[in-house]
Design a protein around this ligand. Sequence first.
Ligand SMILES: *[C@@H]1O[C@H](CO)[C@@H](O)[C@H](O)[C@H]1NC(C)=O
Length: 202
Amino acid sequence: MASNILLSLLLLAAASPAALAGFDVTQMLADKSQYGTFLKLLTQTKVAEEMNRLKTVSLLVLPDKAVKPIASLPADKQRLAVANHVLLKYFDPIQLGEMKDRTAMLPTLLSNSDKRLGVVNYTKANDGQMYFGAPGAACVAKLVKVVAARPYAVSIMEVSKAILPPALAGTGGPGRLPKVKPKSSNDEATAKSAPAPTAALK
Ligand SMILES: *[C@@H]1O[C@H](CO)[C@@H](O)[C@H](O)[C@H]1NC(C)=O
């Protein structure tokens, strides 16, 4: 009896090593070119590695046409911004719809670095549309569709907009410097007439 069970487990392991080893989110997105930039960010920031170590997780992914607010951030903020699109539990639209409240604060991977920033506001509108937003920002990132899922371990859902707390959003902040006017043609002329730097070394 026991050996039968062992045998079937071995057969199962041989048949689907990937299922037993967890999941690889980069593999799940690999053939979906419309998320190419977000996938690159996931890998570069190593958030993909962190995700793969979680038991259950949901990724809110952005298509290339909506990824600019994250892609244009400096590298350190990029990591935090990407981490804020990783929910620490498995959710799909059915589970979200069945929650007893129409709105909930869901923790993200960013909560490991910053408890206060690392949550997103999930809200279901009257028309049934589902939205996400960072605390202190408008709740306007619409859930577009399920991209891939392995119930009840990992789910990847497309959202329409980046979910960024104001502290990460980066643009138009008070510390922003005014644009520097292009300098007069003087500088260009100097640069052109300057001797090659290597000349002095000979
Ligand atoms: C979440 O977003 C909804 C819709 O914008 C808003 O009514 C609600 O107050 C927000 N909740 C929190 C805790 O910020």
